[in-house]
Structures are given as structure tokens and as C-alpha cells.
Design a protein around this ligand. Structure first.
Ligand code: TYM
Length: 353
């Protein structure tokens, strides 16, 4: 994870910061159990960043309802993500941890941005196409509009840096396009910063354990395709044992791993969990078969994830305390967003603004 540190310190130079104010925003949907991809691609980065800049880490429940969520479960799912944040090391005294629906600025700015973003831009969003498949006519308008709300999340706080996994790169490009068009249309050149995606780092794209052509995903029907943060040590060992590989052994060099997607993925997971390089892992296991490598990987994963799972359980035992944390942070988020939204209303020219 060293490159993350290096990257953000580079970005954090005065020339790159927005009017001297660097701010981080990121979010995770409360739409299912978190998996190793979410942990390595997002949560682990959050923990590093909270000591470097002002951070808002959101549980994006408004995004979650773009597909059906059982109202009886949504609050619990929100608590689960909150608990996962805290158990991974996000500290609510350092970072602002809240759920999106508590802060009205998100939906208000999303509407203004709906009037800035162009249909053609949204038509190009690959994640909508992937999620909708052949059923796009039957999807909610919210699912289609999802990236506009994401832009509003970030820009309601004039956030400059957004730590995310590789799959969010296109949404971040759209956020930049919306910010630039708003600034241009309203002749307010520096109104919004152009937020920078922080995708770098070893865990940016964790693949399915069953199919190296797909990313690890909450929505994959096969539970064996992912390691959930709530999995037991046994589940983790079994899933890695079943993980797809090939007939070869662990190679000596990164170059020799090219084209061996599943192997590269497992080595990458090992490296990301232990904060070592891929080459370091290869040097240690070169020539070994997967019968040796997979149990070693499972041990590392259990060692890193078990304390998080246990802590999550402890946080979840006190949902009222989680709500207190979310409510206090939402008040703070509102304090930051409200003056920005007041300026937006004035800039657009509303009577009464
Ligand atoms: P979500 O909930 O799908 O995923 C949360 C975070 O986990 C990352 N991620 C992965 N990283 C590596 N490998 C994977 N296989 C993997 N799968 C998921 C995601 O990139 C993400 O960082 N649209 C966002 C939520 C969002 C948001 C925002 C993010 C809403 N508003 C504003 C940043 C800024 C999403 O669906 O994340």
C-alpha cells in the first residue's frame, strides 16, 4: 500500500489542492455483505487516508435503493457497513462516517446535476449496462441516474480525492465532466474542483475466485466467488481451496504470471493483505504448487480478516451506538455541505437563494 501514500502526498502538494482545501469522499453501498474486494479496494485505503486529509466516508443508502431493498433489512445493512468501516480501522473521531440519506444536500445537488449532465454521457456508463443487461427497460430510473448522484456525493463537499476500486473509474470521470460543465455553464471557473480518483494500489481490482474474467462482486450468484468479511475461517479456507487456478506452479517473476489471470489474482490478494509486492510473494513461493500456496493464502486472509469480523460483531451488538455515530457525523457533513449548496443555489440564480 506504499504507493497509495506516495500518490496522495504527491496530490497533496499546494498546486494540486483545491483552494488549499483537500478533502476525501468515498462511499460503499449497504446492499449486501462486504467482500475482500471492497476491503482491499476501498476500506483499507480509507484507514490510511484518514490521517492525511479531512475524510468523509459514507454509507450510500440512496444508491442502494436504486435496486429493491427490503425496508426491514436496510437499517441493518447500513449498520453492517458502518460496523465494517469501524472494525477495519476507520476512526469516527478522525473521519466523518454517516449514511447518505441523513444529509439532504446529496439529493438536492443530484437534481441540479441532472440538469447539467447530458443523456449521451449516461448512455456510455458501462456499469449500468452490466447491471441492467437485456432488462434496461425494466430498471429503475434511479439506477440509470446513479452516477449523477455519485457526482453530487463528492461535490456537495467539494471533495478533491476519491479512493475507490478500478470499477469506479468511469463514474469518477463523469463526476469531473459534470463539475467542469457546471463551472463552464455558470461562468464560475473554479466553483467545483475536478475530483481525482485514487485507484492506485494493489487491491484496486480483485477478481472472482471462480472466474478470472469477472471482478469479485456482491451480486455474483456464486458465494464461492468471493470472500465475505463475515466468512468463518473454515469458509475462507474452503473458498481458496476451490479457487480456480491452472495446472502450473507459482512462477518466479511477475512477467511469467502474464495471462494467468487467476494466479495473478491470488498472488495479488496475498500481496495486498500482507502489504508486500507481488514479486516478494513469488520469490517466496516460486516453484510451489497450489496445494501449498492456497493454504498459506487462506492463513494470511484469516489472520487479517478474523479480527475485523469479530470486531464487526461487537459493534453490531450495539446498533443504537452506531446510530449515534452516524447522526453526529451527519450533522457535521451537513455543516460542510450547506454553505456549498447555498452558493450553488445563488450561482444557478434561484429567487430566495
Ligand atoms: P460499491 O458499494 O459497489 O463498492 C464499494 C467500494 O469497493 C470497491 N470494489 C472493489 N475494489 C476492488 N476489487 C473489487 N472486486 C471491488 N468491488 C468493489 C469499489 O470500487 C468501491 O470503491 N458507486 C460506488 C459507491 C459510491 C461512491 C460515491 C464511491 C456512491 N457514491 C462517491 C465514491 C464516491 C459503489 O457502488 O461502490
Amino acid at each position: 500500500m506504499n504507493d497509495i501514500k506516495t500518490d496522495t502526498s504527491v496530490l497533496n502538494t499546494p498546486e494540486r489542492s483545491y483552494k488549499g482545501q483537500d478533502r476525501v469522499f468515498s462511499g460503499v453501498q449497504p446492499s449486501g455483505t462486504l467482500h475482500l474486494g471492497n476491503y482491499l479496494g476501498a476500506l483499507k485505503k480509507f484507514v490510511k487516508m484518514q490521517d492525511q486529509m479531512e475524510c468523509l466516508f459514507c454509507i450510500v443508502d440512496l444508491h442502494a435503493i436504486t435496486v429493491w431493498q427490503d425496508p426491514k433489512l436496510l437499517r441493518q445493512q447500513t449498520h453492517e457497513i458502518t460496523a465494517a468501516y469501524l472494525a477495519s480501522g476507520v476512526d469516527p473521531k478522525k473521519a466523518i462516517v454517516y449514511n447518505q440519506s441523513r444529509v439532504r444536500a446529496h439529493t438536492e445537488l443530484a437534481w441540479y446535476f441532472n440538469c447539467v449532465a447530458r443523456l449521451g454521457w449516461l448512455n456510455r456508463m458501462t456499469q449500468f449496462k452490466d447491471k441492467a443487461g437485456k432488462n434496461s427497460e425494466r430498471m429503475s430510473v434511479g439506477l440509470y441516474d446513479y452516477p449523477v448522484l455519485q457526482a453530487a456525493d463528492i461535490l456537495a463537499f467539494k471533495a478533491t480525492h476519491v479512493p475507490v476500486g478500478e470499477d469506479q473509474r468511469q463514474h469518477l470521470e463523469l463526476s469531473r465532466d459534470i463539475a467542469a460543465k457546471f463551472n463552464h455553464d455558470f461562468d464560475a471557473p473554479d466553483f467545483f474542483p475536478l475530483p481525482e480518483a485514487l485507484v492506485q494500489g494493489p487491491g484496486a481490482k480483485i477478481l472472482s475466485l471462480r472466474d478470472g474474467s469477472k471482478k469479485m462482486s456482491k451480486s455474483d450468484p456464486s458465494d464461492n466467488s468471493r470472500i465475505n468479511l463475515t466468512d468463518s475461517a473454515d469458509d475462507i479456507a474452503k473458498k481458496f481451496k476451490k479457487a480456480k487456478t491452472d495446472a502450473g506452479v507459482i512462477p518466479e517473476t511477475v512477467k511469467e504470471m502474464e495471462g494467468r489471470l487467476e494466479v495473478k489474482n491470488l498472488v495479488g490478494i496475498f500481496a495486498a493483505l500482507t502489504e508486500r509486492t507481488d514479486q516478494d510473494i513469488l520469490t517466496e513461493y516460486a516453484g510451489q504448487g497450489f496445494g501449498v500456496f492456497k493454504p498459506a493464502l487462506a492463513d494470511v486472509a484469516v489472520e487479517k480478516l478474523e479480527p475485523i469480523t469479530n470486531l464487526m460483531r461487537r459493534y453490531l451488538a450495539d446498533p443504537d451506538e452506531l446510530d449515534r455515530i452516524l447522526a453526529a457525523a451527519a450533522d457535521r457533513a451537513t455543516e460542510i455541505a450547506e454553505p456549498i449548496l447555498a452558493d450553488v443555489r445563488k450561482t444557478i440564480g434561484f429567487s430566495g437563494a
